[in-house]
Design a protein around this ligand. Structure first.
Ligand SMILES: [Zn+2]
Length: 192
């Protein structure tokens, strides 16, 4: 069972396993310049803790670099959930990245089918994250996972508002900060 208490999802957590994808993105705190996955060993421990890697698996420098690419690609992909299309370069990069992870459709006893990673190790962990993404695209929850509009924050949050118009990880922190900045800008323009 996924221990959601330990996942860094913030005050707006995504439902089910999508919280894992959200938490991976939020391991990098851009504002405080703190990275929970700053080295291969930290990444290994993180992945083991959330069941994405076996205790016996190791993480090399290149495994680590691959996962860092996955994390940024996911952040880029989520930016599209505000309505902006993914840029051409980012899209090619993302699809090239995903093509490295072998996936298969597997049936369950109850007749449901699931997308599962075929590889083990880091490719398996990344594949599992991508499978969660694919599943959430199908059930509609993906569109609600967004990146905070504050350019210094970029935190992943789940938008559960009725009209899906949320823009900030926290209205009281990033939202009000941005509003204050816009207000100052408007006031400045008026006095000119
Ligand atoms: Zn924010």
């Amino acid at each position: 069972m996924l221990n959601r208490d330990l996942l860094k999802t913030g005050s707006k957590p995504a439902p089910g396993e999508l919280a894992l994808v959200q938490a991976v993105i939020n391991t990098l705190d851009l504002e405080d310049e703190k990275d929970d996955l700053a080295c291969p060993e930290l990444l290994r421990l993180w992945l083991i803790r959330f069941g994405l890697l076996e205790d016996s698996d190791s993480v090399s420098e290149s495994d680590w670099a691959l996962m860092m690419e996955v994390r940024e690609a996911l952040r880029q992909a989520l930016m599209a959930n505000h309505g902006d299309a993914i840029g051409d370069v980012a899209l090619v990069k993302l699809n090239r990245l995903v093509s490295q992870f072998q996936m298969a459709v597997e049936f369950r006893r109850d007749g449901r089918a699931e997308l599962v990673p075929r590889s083990s190790g880091i490719a398996g962990a990344a594949g599992r994250l991508m499978a969660i993404v694919a599943q959430s695209v199908m059930d509609g929850s993906w569109g609600r996972l967004k990146i905070c509009s504050s350019s210094t924050c970029r935190w992943a949050f789940y938008d559960s508002s009725k009209n899906q118009s949320g823009r900030w990880c926290s209205m009281s922190v990033c939202g009000s900060r941005l509003k204050a900045r816009e207000y100052r800008k408007r006031r400045l323009q008026k006095t000119r």
